[in-house]
Design a protein around this ligand. Structure first.
Ligand code: NAP
Length: 265
């Protein structure tokens, strides 16, 4: 029996990286997909690779929440419901606080945090009415710790934990679930797309990311966590990321000393 047979799974950030891998993984488990991101052509390619029939490509910009109600309506017209909403779309950052323009901080919060909040609010009433639904939220190890050049990114991911921990408490009696996913380094386009201080993409590969865990294996870990309805999981190969998480919890001043050394000279 396929684990997501006939489930309607809406994935944001499905045009690349973890989101594209999630589309293939959920399709292989029998899901009907709704795939969203800004680039329609890439989404069409992901649908073609995912196999299965009847998937819906629904381009969306997470920084344009006014469009969300009509997009939710389009999903309901096609499938009648959303069973799983995977908040995966996001952008990272590579710039010190002193070099980051305030509009760049705001943009990262708009896409990573308010995009997920607004889409959740657009979908939530129908999930509550159905007494069924699951939010899977792709945060980051940066949702738990802070390191140089990631201030807005880490803030946006920390904020997701606050919002979705509260939401989980509010909706669990209605039969709804929240799973927070904290990936370590995953091999995707994330560092190329990361914003620099003036808002332009960094456009460079980074060793930690190119040597990171494959997106396909990460997607399987996420799917397992969603199926088990876990509250929060860490995914990836998790070498030095796991050490950082342990230090944050048990020896926070040691972690502070270590991350201080990561400030570029
Ligand atoms: N890779 C890692 O090491 C890592 C680690 C921890 C957490 N994560 C998280 O994993 C998620 C996926 O990232 P990735 O690693 O797969 O990177 P990626 O390859 O750069 O993919 C990012 C996805 O987000 C979409 N996106 C970006 N801005 C958007 C916007 N304004 N509206 C709609 N969609 C937007 C992109 O699509 P379009 O450009 O087509 O819009 C793309 O599909 C992100 O939330 C990221 O923070 C990644």
């Amino acid at each position: 029996m396929k684990r997501f047979a006939n489930k309607v799974v809406w994935i944001t950030g499905a045009s690349s990286g973890i989101g594209a891998a999630l589309a293939e993984a959920f399709a292989a488990e029998g899901a009907k997909l709704v795939l969203s991101a800004r680039r329609r052509d890439e989404l069409e390619q992901v649908v073609a690779k995912s196999g299965g029939e009847g998937h819906l490509v629904l381009p969306l910009d997470l920084a344009q929440p006014d469009t969300f109600p009509s997009l939710v309506e389009a999903v309901h017209q096609r499938f009648g419901r959303v069973d799983v909403l995977v908040h995966n779309g996001g952008i990272s950052q590579r710039a010190l606080v002193k070099d980051t323009r305030l509009d760049v901080d705001r943009r990262i919060m708009e896409v990573n945090y308010f995009g997920a909040v607004a889409l959740t609010k657009a979908v939530l009433p129908s999930m509550l009415a159905a007494k069924a639904g699951h939010f899977v939220v792709v945060s980051s190890v940066m949702g738990k710790i802070g390191t140089p050049q990631r201030s807005a990114y880490a803030a946006s991911k920390h904020a997701l934990h606050g919002f979705f921990d509260c939401l989980r408490a509010e909706i669990s009696a209605d039969g709804l679930f929240v799973t927070l996913i904290c990936p370590g380094f995953i091999r995707t386009e994330v560092s190329r797309n990361a914003l620099t201080g003036d808002g332009s993409p960094m456009n460079k590969a980074e060793g930690d990311i190119t040597g990171g865990h494959p997106a396909e294996l990460t997607a399987r870990q996420i799917l397992d966590a969603a199926h088990a309805r876990k509250s929060e999981v860490y995914v990836g190969a998790l070498g030095k990321e796991r050490l950082a998480l342990l230090l944050k919890r048990f020896l926070p001043s040691t972690l502070e000393n270590m991350v201080r050394k990561a400030v570029p000279k």
